[in-house]
Design a binder for this molecule. Structure first.
Ligand code: PMP
Length: 395
């Protein structure tokens, strides 16, 4: 059958996730992957998850297996307000929608906000799957460069002199893929600009808790409250994926009320609500009080792995690549000193049995082909040693 014209126009713009394709290679035998943005399952708190699951199905079987509220279980949303308070975010259960991961939050929010052609600004580089949600919603994307202090907000201010924008999407803390965080001064500048120019801030914060030092930057949400006296234009999303387990598919989004009810309606159309079983498990898990220790475990392990990978890179490839030392998160973003196409290099590294993500996929506009992203979350120290040796051989 001739299927031409059957697909919606907007699907033509949608790129398939290059990372998903790469992950297929990483499943191959003898291939070491530094590609996936997946947390280390060696660190999952299976004991706590198992206890919480037992409790969920014995103590609350009806809630765990019945349909629930579109916005998410009230108890879980109450617990989430507690987690948020520890991050400096003052919120109420009724300001929160529980979603199937923060990925769904991004999709729903973009669908509720973006008219075709609305201008959204993203960092360069930025999170690939957020670009997909913006592209699906038919936003017009403009980019602002990032440096070691995150998005260069002066460039955004310059852009605002000639351009009306609807919103800015960013990962201000331990970004994916850059690993960098927006400085305090730039956070304040961004939040002030957003109020002045009446644009939205979509703050995507999956990695904020994974910090390797005591330094903690306030969230944009917290700063908006402090500096603007309101968060009417701020949307904050986070997730249990990196601190507990991504398979639960649980995230949340905090929104102003003018938006929340619309997002809840779209969620109803999409999937009615997040998994009841996952939500009850998460409620019990949080009730067990194990999360703070679990986050400490992850922080310490990732910090160590990050140091190992960074020193291997420095040692073996330091004359050819540069990178910023991440202060948290899961990624190390590197760049060749001399121009080199890392997508082509990947073909060589695959032959050696190691996979990473070429940086070009993370750019909404002109890509920097010399960049690449390495994840230090999943590989063991021994694997990282071998992986870096293989990367070197592939040069
Ligand atoms: N935002 C960013 C920046 C991410 O890196 C990820 C996961 N890789 C997500 C959102 C989505 O995560 P989840 O849906 O598992 O919460």
């Amino acid at each position: 059958m001739n299927t031409e014209g059957l697909l919606a126009q907007r699907m033509i713009r949608l790129k398939s996730s290059a990372i998903r394709e790469l992950l297929k290679h990483s499943k191959m035998e003898n291939v070491i992957s530094l590609a996936g943005g997946i947390p280390s399952d060696a660190l999952f708190d299976f004991e706590g998850l198992s206890q919480a699951t037992q409790l969920a199905i014995t103590e609350q079987p009806k809630n765990a297996f019945q349909y629930g509220l579109t916005e998410g279980s009230h108890t879980l949303r109450e617990r989430i307000t507690g987690l948020c308070a520890e991050r400096g975010i003052v919120t109420r259960p009724e300001d929160i929608v529980v979603t199937a991961g923060s990925q769904q939050a991004l999709d729903l929010v973009m669908r509720a906000l973006v008219n075709p052609g609305d201008v959204f600004v993203v960092e360069s580089p930025t999170y690939l799957a957020a670009l997909q949600t913006l592209e699906l919603a038919e936003a017009k994307l403009l980019t602002v460069r990032s440096d070691r202090d995150g998005m260069i907000v002066d460039d955004l201010a310059e852009l605002l002199k000639t351009q009306i924008i609807k919103g800015v999407y960013l990962v201000p803390t331990f970004g994916n893929p850059s690993g960098v965080s927006l400085s305090r001064a730039r956070r304040e500048q961004l939040v002030t600009l957003a109020a002045e120019h009446r644009f939205l801030i979509i703050e995507d914060d999956p990695y904020g808790e994974l910090r390797f030092t005591d330094e903690r930057n306030p969230t944009l949400f917290e700063l908006a409250t402090a500096l603007n006296g309101h968060t009417d234009n701020v949307i904050y999303t986070s997730t249990f994926s990196k601190i507990l387990a991504p398979g639960l598919r649980l995230g949340w989004v905090i929104m102003p009320s003018w938006l929340l009810h619309k997002v809840a309606s779209i969620k109803q159309a999409a999937d009615l609500h997040a998994s009841s079983l996952s939500q009850v498990v998460a409620e019990y898990y949080l009730g067990l009080g194990r999360l703070p220790a679990q986050i400490e475990t992850i922080r310490a392990a990732y910090k160590h792995k990050c140091e190992v990978l960074a020193s291997l890179l420095e040692q073996e490839l330091g004359d050819q690549v540069t990178f910023e030392m991440p202060k948290g998160g899961m990624f190390l973003w590197a760049k060749f000193r001399q121009p080199r196409n890392t997508a082509e290099w990947l073909q060589e590294t695959l032959k050696q049995g190691v996979v990473f993500v070429p940086g070009e996929y993370f750019f909404a506009a002109e890509p920097d082909h010399s960049t690449f992203r390495l994840s230090f979350a999943t590989a063991t120290e021994q694997q990282m040693q071998e992986a870096v040796a293989r990367l070197k051989r592939a040069l």
